[in-house]
Design a protein around this ligand. Structure first.
Ligand SMILES: Nc1ncnc2c1ncn2[C@@H]1O[C@H](COP(=O)(O)OP(=O)(O)O)[C@@H](O)[C@H]1O
Ligand SMILES: [Mg+2]
Length: 342
């Protein structure tokens, strides 16, 4: 295998009494990326992370971190991983600076380097103003940031972030996202669990969707989105009088029904999911070319991928009914938001 795997699990299982919290999870997480584990409350995310971080003993299957077994080589694993809020426990009664200096000293830095490193971290995490304040007086967003700062003082090779933004306001969420991007840019692999589809969409290169302790889908964002159909084209014409002709041309090229919106210059068409020969972008491109050949002026054209929300609904039990609606036109708004201009 050419890419190094930060995490590799096969058939990982954890049972609590009758409950199979983790029920045969296979994961392959390439090093140097953000890998998203997306799932609702109770899906088994935290239990999985704890087993990978050697805090919980698996009941079945195997897990390797950078090739080291979590059971038989736990010490080697621990040297390379960090888990927010676990190894790097922040003391509520200490200030931000005191916490980071203490942890840096524990990691073996000299007193001078520890102070420098603490100051640099607080600055990077936007906490300089609060450096002298006890952590118990931090806001939720600040607390989350100091937790992450503490867990990456030693620049771990693999960082577990277990729902790092749950309960945060949008601004604090964005700050945490920026931090995650910075951490990865410096070479750390991040396993991020989240209940938020947009968070996985924003940060992760690959995503495992987990529900009831099982991986129900895995892939890049593009692959997951493609699994519910390639997308929707939307266009606005210069001249409303050309709409019937434009509609005919689009229907012929795309082989699907074309919707006329209430807006007299707008048309929407879902690209056929099972056209194996042509990708969505190629089909959209052919449609544009045909419209131009027919002398139709298009002012605005977009190709939107399905959102991860649609993917998630389509994959989880609760979404069984929603799958059929996503095949219709009720999702145009979502597509519009996510639509990339062509
Ligand atoms: N220590 C435990 N004892 C009993 N059941 C547990 C324990 N930890 C987790 N569970 C159960 O295992 C399932 C998965 O939990 P968890 O891994 O925390 O899910 P998530 O992090 O995705 O919300 C849940 O049904 C939860 O109630
Ligand atoms: Mg959890």
């Amino acid at each position: 295998m050419s890419t190094e795997l930060a995490i590799e699990t096969k058939g990982l299982v954890k049972v609590f009494g009758e409950k199979r919290a983790v029920d045969g999870v296979d994961l392959s997480v390439p090093a140097g990326t953000v890998y998203g584990v997306l799932g609702p409350n109770g899906a088994g995310k935290t239990t999985t992370v704890k087993m990978l971080a050697t805090l919980l003993r698996p009941d079945g299957g195997e897990a390797r971190i950078f090739g080291r077994d979590v059971l038989t080589e736990a010490d080697a694993v621990r040297r390379r991983v960090s888990l927010t809020g676990q190894y790097a426990s922040v003391d509520e009664d200490l200030t931000g600076t005191e916490n980071l200096v203490l942890l840096a000293r524990l990691l073996g830095y000299s007193s001078r380097v520890a102070r420098e490193r603490a100051a640099a971290m607080l600055e990077a995490f936007g906490l300089t103003d609060a450096e002298g304040r006890q952590v118990k007086n931090y806001s939720g967003g600040m607390r989350r940031r100091i937790d992450i700062a503490a867990s990456i003082l030693s620049t771990p090779d693999l960082l577990f972030l277990d729902e790092p933004t749950t309960g945060l306001d949008p601004r604090s969420r964005n700050q945490v996202w920026d931090i995650v991007r910075t951490v990865v840019a410096h070479g750390t692999t991040v396993l991020l669990t989240t209940q938020y589809l947009d968070e996985a969409d924003q940060l992760a290169s690959r995503i495992a969707v987990i529900d009831h302790g099982r991986v129900i889908a895995e892939g890049t964002k593009g692959e997951l989105k493609a699994s519910v159909g390639p997308g929707t084209v939307q266009l606005r014409l210069r001249d409303a009088g050309q709409r019937p002709e434009a509609r005919r041309v689009l229907a012929a090229v795309l082989g699907t029904e074309v919707q006329q919106d209430a807006d007299p210059v707008a048309l929407t068409a879902r690209i056929g999911a099972h056209d194996g020969r042509h990708g969505a972008a190629e089909q959209a491109g052919r449609a544009l070319a045909e419209l131009a050949r027919a002398g139709i002026t298009v002012d605005n054209f977009s190709l939107g991928q399905p959102s991860l929300d649609e993917v998630f609904l389509a994959l989880t039990d609760s979404g069984a009914a929603a799958v059929s609606t996503t095949a219709g036109t009720t999702t145009t708004e979502t597509h519009e938001k996510k639509g990339a201009a062509v």
